[in-house]
Design a binder for this molecule. Structure first.
Ligand SMILES: Nc1ncnc2c1ncn2[C@@H]1O[C@H](COP(=O)(O)OP(=O)(O)OP(=O)(O)O)[C@@H](O)[C@H]1O
Ligand SMILES: [Mg+2]
Length: 204
């Protein structure tokens, strides 16, 4: 599973991530340090602590890390995910570390080859053009909260077709969801703690 989560400020993206954080073998790249309470170990700005934690073989782990942008820490975390394999990696605000056309090699490898190592992921951005293209290209799941910028809607129209109209008037905490592999689509709501409810099914 690879998921792309898009939406304007405060619409519910990070809350939706909490749903995926229930998994085991989880590494949360927590850009703003919002998810410390949802993981078993949170390393904040402690890359050494993170590396030491994984010196021991670990079957189950749910850890968070807050890499400083432009420090190489994000790339090191991507290398760690690659080395571990069978991991769910969550990247809140991925545009802090990568842009549409500028993706660090370590992240590019996770995106392009991670499936072969059992790596899944979910990443959020506020504006669709800021999502690395490689990430959207491999995303089987899309969750789109409200997006209102005309240029962003034009971009999304290329992905969603007419359903883009739903997205522009979406209330807070509701999102358009499409799973290309299971052919599921609908409007869902998210609730504090990450609970998700179907609000309205849509034809896939
Ligand atoms: N269904 C809900 N009802 C009320 N409040 C909610 C609901 N879902 C989420 N919230 C709250 O709304 C706030 C904003 O949500 P969240 O942080 O998930 O938004 P975001 O899209 O990640 O915003 P940002 O782009 O600023 O990171 C949070 O405090 C969250 O707990
Ligand atoms: Mg957020």
């Amino acid at each position: 599973m690879m998921a792309t989560i898009i939406g304007t400020r405060g619409t519910g993206k990070s809350t939706l991530l909490k749903n995926i954080m229930r998994r085991e073998r989880l590494l949360v790249i927590d850009t703003l340090g919002e998810h410390a309470g949802d993981v078993d170990r949170f390393f904040e700005w402690d890359p050494k602590g993170l590396a030491e934690f994984f010196k021991e073989p670990r079957r189950r782990f749910r850890v968070g890390f807050q890499p400083k942008p432009d420090s190489g820490e994000f790339e090191a975390a991507c290398d760690l995910v690659w080395a571990l394999g069978d991991v769910t990696v969550i990247i809140d605000e991925i545009d802090q570390y990568a842009r549409a056309g500028v993706v660090p090699d370590a992240l590019q490898r996770l995106i392009m080859l991670g499936r072969h190592r059992g790596i899944s992921g979910a990443a959020t951005v506020r504006r669709p053009p800021d999502m690395p293209r490689a990430w959207t290209a491999v995303s089987d799941r899309w969750a789109i909260f409200r997006v209102t910028e005309p240029r962003d809607l034009a971009y999304l129209a290329g992905v969603l077709g007419q359903e883009v109209n739903v997205v522009s008037s979406m209330p807070d905490y509701q999102f358009f969801f499409r799973d290309w592999s299971s052919k599921r689509a609908g409007i869902y709501s998210v609730h504090p703690g990450g609970t998700v409810r179907l609000a309205k099914p849509l034809a896939a």
